[in-house]
Ligand binder design. Structure first.
Ligand code: ITT
Ligand code: MG
Length: 178
């Protein structure tokens, strides 16, 4: 089985690799730089979720050998005037079935939120904030804000586990029916 991932970001790809390592050792990964179809810095849960679904579906069109397309997207959601980092993932199969799940949320410090509201990408502001390079491809903003206790990879791994579990659940319901 080939799982296609709609990103070239190693922090995201690593989450898929870990999931395969844990429960689908026969699967292999291919990664594709697909468009998210939403803005580079999604500003709502809705937009972030849509980006993950678009990526998952786009992967299936890129490579006919891929059985499942996986999309992961980060964004922000405004809750009572404060910005929370939000994260979504989706998996799509060739029958048109899509499974979607969201992950942990964490409040952005005003310094980061200000930049995002001004139109900057969070990844760029996070680099300035943390005095690091390419935060987005390493521990992520969530890694910076939690002093490494939860990394971007761990966070997406958790969402992918939700999706994998939901898939198993739906399959067991189908098996009961047939
Ligand atoms: O190459 P892709 O897959 O697009 O990965 P990305 O790092 O750009 O990540 P997203 O497009 O999913 O995220 C949208 C924006 O939010 C930023 N972002 C989201 N979560 C982040 C995190 O945990 N750390 C750093 N930047 C993050 C990211 O840099 C983008 O500017
Ligand atoms: Mg991006």
């Amino acid at each position: 089985m080939i799982i296609g991932v709609g990103t070239k970001n190693p922090a995201k790809i690593e989450a898929v690799r870990q999931l395969i390592q844990e429960s689908h050792r026969d699967a292999s990964i291919r990664s594709f730089d697909v468009p998210s179809g939403v803005s580079a810095m999604p500003m709502t849960d809705l937009e972030t979720r849509q980006g993950s679904i678009n990526r998952a579906k786009a992967v299936l069109a890129y490579d006919q050998e891929v059985s499942f397309g996986v999309g992961m997207e980060g964004g922000v959601e405004d809750i009572e005037g404060e910005l929370y980092l939000c994260n979504w993932a989706a998996a799509a199969d060739r029958s048109g079935h899509v499974i979607s799940a969201g992950g942990a949320r964490i409040l952005l410090p005003e310094l980061l939120a200000k930049g995002v509201r001004a139109g900057q990408e969070l990844g760029d502001i996070a680099d300035l904030y943390a005095h690091q390079k390419n935060v987005r491809t390493h521990g992520g903003t969530i890694g910076i804000l939690t002093e490494g206790r939860v990394t971007r990879t761990e966070m997406f791994f958790h969402i992918l586990k939700l999706i994998e579990g939901m898939y198993a659940h739906q399959k067991s319901l189908q098996d009961l029916e047939s």
